[in-house]
Design a protein. Structure first.
Ligand code: ATP
Length: 507
C-alpha cells in the first residue's frame, strides 16, 4: 500500500516536472479533480486520440466518426435515464467525516477476499509445482470455496438491494460485512443516499425562457440522437458503428487518484448498431477486438484483465470492463456494454420520431441493438505513463529515469542536438531539423552537457536522440542514440528519415 502510494506520487511528480499534467488553476491552489495537460501531455494525449481514431474509424470501413456538442436538449437526459437514475449511492463516516461510494466500499471488500483466494492459489501452486491444477483447486479447496461463497453472497445482496432501491439494505450490508472507514477504521456510518452526478447550468438569458441544461455525462447520447442523420448521410448498412471523442462531465463524489477519476474528462466511444438477436455475437467480438487494440501498445498482457459486471446498468444486457493494473491496483479502463435497443427506443418515445432501420437483407424495419465500447482517454494516458516511467540502475552504478512510452505515441519522436554551440554544428543541426519536422515532431536542444540532454530526453520518452558534431559537417553522418538500449550508432544523415519511420512502426 505504502509502495503504491509512493509510486503514484512519483508519477504525479514526474508528470508535473516535465510538463505532462498540472493541477488545474494551480496558482489558486488547484481545483479538485480537474487537471490541465501541459506541452508534452497535450502531445501525448493527441497521439493517443489519433491512434484510437485511426484504428476505430479510418481502418474500419463500417465505422464513421462525429463530433457532437456538449450541450444537448434537456429531454435527452430524461430519455436516457440520467435525470432520474444517474446516481451514486453515498455514505458518510460520522467520525472521519469522509464520504464514500457505498458500491466502492463493497467492491473493495470483495477485492480483499479475492486477494485472499489468490494467495491461497499461489501457495498451493508452489507446493504442488508441476502437478498443480488451478481450476480443480479453485473448485474443490474448502477455504477457497468458503471465501468464494462469501463474495457471491455479498454481491447478490448488493445487487438485490440496488435493484430494489433499498438503500437501508445497502447500509446494512456494509455493517454486516464489518466494513470500516479505510482512513479512520471507524464503523460509524450514516444512512446511504443517492446523489445525481450531472452538472447543470442555465441556457439563455436569465429571466424567461431560461432552461436548465446539463453538461453531458457521456458522449454516447450525442451518437444516439444522430443515429438517422449519420446512417442516411453516410449511407451506412447495419452492422455499422459511430465513433466520437469528446469531453464528459460528472460531479464525482470521490475524486482521488489523479487523472483516473476527474470531474471533467474525455471519452473515446463507439456505438455499434446491429440486428436484434445478434448483439451477443458482436459483444464478444468487440470485447476481443478492444483488448487486442490495447495489446498493440506493447504493455504487458498481465496488466489487463476482464471484469464481467454483476450489477448491470439499467440499459444493458451484458457488460464487461477491461481493467488495467494502475498504480493503485486493477481498475476500470474501458467498458464494453451491450446496451440493447434501450437508448434508441427511449429517444423514439420522448421525441416522437422513429429511429429505425430498414434492413433490405431481411426486408424488415427495426430499432437496432447497440454494442458500446467506451474508453476513458485520461485513464488510457495514466495507464501509458504509469507503465512507461522506470527508474533504472545502470551498469556503472549510476541511475536514470526513463519513460518508455510506445515510440509512435511519444510526444517528440527525435531530439536534435548539436554537440557544441560552435563550428557550424547548430546550423547543421537546424538543417536536419528542417528536413524532419514536417513528418516528425522533433525537439531542438543545445543547452547543457550531452549527458544531461540525453537524460532529459529519456525522461520525456523521446525514442531517438541525434547528435551533430564536427565530423557531421565533413562526412554527413551523425550519432543516434536509442532511448531504451542507450546504444549509439553512427549513421548517414540521408538515412535519418527512414530510421525514424522504422522506429515508429507498430510492432
Ligand atoms: P467508474 O465505475 O470507474 O466510475 P463507470 O463505470 O462509471 O466508471 P462508464 O460510465 O462506463 O464508467 O464510462 C466509460 C469510461 O469512461 C470508463 O471506462 C472510464 O475510462 C471513463 N471514465 C468514467 N468516469 C470517469 C472519470 N470520472 N474520470 C476519468 N475517466 C472516467
Amino acid at each position: 500500500m505504502a509502495n503504491q502510494e509512493e509510486n503514484l506520487k512519483n508519477i504525479i511528480a514526474h508528470a508535473k516536472e516535465y510538463g505532462f499534467v498540472f493541477p488545474s488553476s494551480e496558482i489558486y491552489d488547484g481545483l479538485s479533480a480537474a487537471y490541465d495537460y501541459g506541452p508534452l501531455g497535450s502531445e501525448l494525449k493527441n497521439n493517443i486520440k489519433q491512434y484510437w481514431w485511426k484504428a476505430m474509424v479510418q481502418m474500419n470501413e463500417n465505422i464513421v466518426g462525429i463530433d457532437a456538442s456538449i450541450f444537448m436538449h434537456p429531454t435527452t437526459w430524461k430519455a436516457s435515464g440520467h435525470t432520474d437514475a444517474f446516481n451514486d449511492p453515498l455514505i458518510d463516516n460520522k467520525d472521519s467525516k469522509k464520504r464514500y461510494r457505498a458500491d466502492v466500499l463493497v467492491e473493495e471488500w470483495v477485492a480483499k477476499i479475492e486477494a485472499k483466494i489468490d494467495k491461497e492459489v499461489t501457495k498451493a501452486a508452489k507446493r504442488f509445482a508441476d502437478s498443480f491444477d488451478e481450476t480443480q483447486f479453485r473448485a474443490t479447496n474448502p477455504r477457497v470455496l468458503a471465501n468464494q461463497e462469501k463474495i457471491d453472497a455479498a454481491n447478490n445482496r448488493f445487487k438485490t438491494a440496488m435493484e430494489a432501491d433499498d438503500l437501508d439494505g445497502v447500509r446494512q450490508l456494509i455493517i454486516d460485512l464489518d466494513i470500516a472507514d479505510p482512513v479512520s477504521g471507524s464503523r460509524n456510518w450514516t444512512d446511504v443516499r443517492q446523489f445525481n452526478l450531472m452538472f447543470s447550468t442555465e441556457m439563455g438569458a436569465m429571466a424567461d425562457g431560461a432552461s436548465t441544461i446539463y453538461l453531458r455525462p457521456e458522449t454516447a447520447q450525442g451518437i444516439f440522437v444522430n443515429f438517422l442523420n449519420v446512417q442516411k448521410t453516410a449511407r451506412m448498412k447495419i452492422p455499422f458503428g459511430i465513433a466520437q471523442i469528446g469531453k464528459a462531465f460528472r460531479n464525482e463524489i470521490i475524486a482521488r487518484q489523479f487523472i483516473f477519476r476527474m470531474r471533467e474528462f474525455e471519452q473515446m466511444e463507439m456505438q455499434f448498431f446491429v440486428r436484434p438477436g445478434e448483439e451477443m455475437k458482436w459483444y464478444e467480438y468487440w470485447k476481443e477486438a478492444r483488448l487486442k487494440w490495447h495489446l498493440t501498445l506493447g504493455i504487458s498482457e498481465d496488466k489487463y484483465k476482464f471484469h464481467d459486471h454483476l450489477k448491470m446498468a439499467h440499459y444493458a444486457n451484458a457488460a464487461a470492463d477491461i481493467e488495467y493494473n494502475f498504480p493503485f491496483g486493477f481498475k476500470e479502463l474501458e467498458g464494453i456494454h451491450s446496451r440493447t435497443d434501450f437508448d434508441l427506443k427511449q429517444h423514439e418515445e420522448y421525441s416522437g420520431k422513429k429511429l429505425q432501420y430498414f434492413d433490405p437483407e431481411i426486408n424488415e424495419n427495426y430499432v437496432p441493438y447497440v454494442i458500446e465500447t467506451s474508453l476513458g482517454l485520461d485513464r488510457m494516458f495514466l495507464a501509458i505513463i504509469s507503465d512507461a516511467i522506470r527508474n533504472e540502475v545502470l551498469k556503472d552504478g549510476s541511475s536514470r529515469v526513463v519513460m518508455a512510452i510506445p515510440n509512435f505515441l511519444a510526444p517528440y519522436k527525435a531530439a536534435i542536438m548539436p554537440l557544441t554551440k560552435k563550428d557550424g554544428s547548430p546550423e547543421k543541426a537546424r538543417e536536419i531539423l528542417n528536413t524532419l519536422k514536417m513528418d516528425f515532431n522533433c525537439q531542438y536542444d543545445e543547452k547543457d552537457s550531452i549527458g544531461k540532454r540525453y537524460r532529459r530526453q529519456d525522461a520525456i520518452g523521446t525514442p531517438i536522440s541525434i547528435t551533430i558534431d564536427h565530423e557531421s559537417l565533413d562526412d554527413n553522418t551523425v550519432t543516434i542514440r536509442d532511448r531504451d538500449t542507450m546504444e549509439q550508432e553512427r549513421v548517414s544523415i540521408d538515412n535519418l528519415h527512414s530510421i525514424i519511420t522504422d522506429k515508429l512502426r507498430l510492432k
